[in-house]
Each structure stands twice: as C-alpha cells, then as structure tokens.
Design a protein around this ligand. Sequence first.
Ligand code: ATP
Length: 220
Amino acid sequence: MIKAINLHRSYTIGKKTIEVLHGLELHIRPGEKVFLCGPSGAGKTTLMYTLAGLEMPQQGTVEIGGKSIYGLLTKARAEFRNRMMGFIFQNYMLMPELTALENASLATAIAGREATQEVTALLDRVGLGNRLDHLPNELSGGEQQRVSIARALAHNPEIIFADEPTGNLDSRNSNEVLDLLFSLADERKKTLVIVTHDPNIAKRGDRILTIRDGIVCDEA
Ligand SMILES: Nc1ncnc2c1ncn2[C@@H]1O[C@H](COP(=O)(O)OP(=O)(O)OP(=O)(O)O)[C@@H](O)[C@H]1O
C-alpha cells in the first residue's frame, strides 16, 4: 500500500544542513497498523508528511497503491491525497468556528459531497451523537480528538495518518481514542500509520518501525 524508496530529505538553515531522511526505505501493507517510533528529532513527522505527499523528498519517491505520488503534479497529488488519506494531529486541528458535525464533514465537503447522515452516524459511533452542534472549545480534548477521528474517516480514505494522536490526552482518554481508532480501522479495513514516541502505545500495532539516523533502523 505504501512504499518509500530511497527517501532523502534535509533542511538547510543558514550554513547548517540537517540530514533527516537518509535513503530511508519502508513497505506498509494494506490494512496494517504501523507505528513510526524514534527519539525526538529523529524525523518521524518529516517521514509521515513525506509519505503523505506533503513534504517533497530531495531524492527518492513514495508509491501509494503502486502510484508514484511525487510523479504527480501538485494539484493531482492534492486530489489524490484528499481521496486516499485522512489525518489526525496531536492538537486536533479543528476549525474553531465550525461545529463538531461541520468539522467532521470537512473532507466530504471538499470532495463536493453532502454526507450529513453518514457523518452523523460516524460521530454517533465515536460517542458524540449528543455533541453535534458543539464548537471545539465546548468539547473536551478527548472529544475533540474523536471529532478528528470522524473527520479522518468520513470520506472513506484508504490510509489514516496520525501524528502523536494521544499526545495531549491523559491515559484513560488515550486508550479510548486508540481503541476507537483501531476498531474503526479494523471494521473499515484501513491502513493506519501512527507517529509516537511512546513505546507503550506502539506495542498495540502490527509493527513498529524505529527511525534513527535517517533510516528505519529497527523493525519489531
Ligand atoms: N521545516 C523545517 N525546517 C528546518 N528544520 C526542520 C524542519 N522540520 C523539521 N526540521 C528538523 O528536522 C528534524 C526532524 O524533525 P521531525 O519533526 O521530523 O522529528 P520527530 O522525530 O517528529 O521529532 P519529535 O518526536 O520531537 O516531534 C529536527 O531536527 C527538526 O529540527
């Protein structure tokens, strides 16, 4: 489903260049739940963004379902990403002026589809059937993250990328959010790629890929 081939990515600030990805290769199969781990600054987020077509590598490419995403023009790549991928972020990234229902409907709205019934059912499934009209600041952290899980899944993408999805949550909410994410991914046969620095959370996946020195240095 996701193949990274010889990925190189560095950042130059002033005279200093940081090599973040250094010929990184990986292969994630359809329906797998894979955690990207590694120390702070190892390049986990950079890798996730590169796999998602958001951060162009200086060398190498990413294939999604056999298609080289960096071979696509920017607009076609964005369309491909909107259709194939959903995203969950540590700080939720909900639009503050939109209700839970409107936030969770964003990806379907971008695709030009009205899907109120499906999105309402999804919000109900994540336990927020009675919070549809709440704004993000009227929801707890765990509830906001559940809205973003619904948003990530509503347009029925193949892959969900999550960057430290439980980073702002206490352990009870972390477990609830991961339970939901995993059961929805199983039911709907989604591929999950989750960035975390927490080895306890990573144990729950099918595989852990540890990133260090710009490559996958360990696979468990
Ligand atoms: N836009 C950027 N410009 C310059 N340097 C960057 C940029 N983005 C990331 N970096 C650097 O690249 C390295 C990898 O960053 P990245 O955020 O991918 O690491 P990470 O493993 O996700 O870290 P953490 O666990 O702390 O979030 C870091 O040293 C960071 O400072």
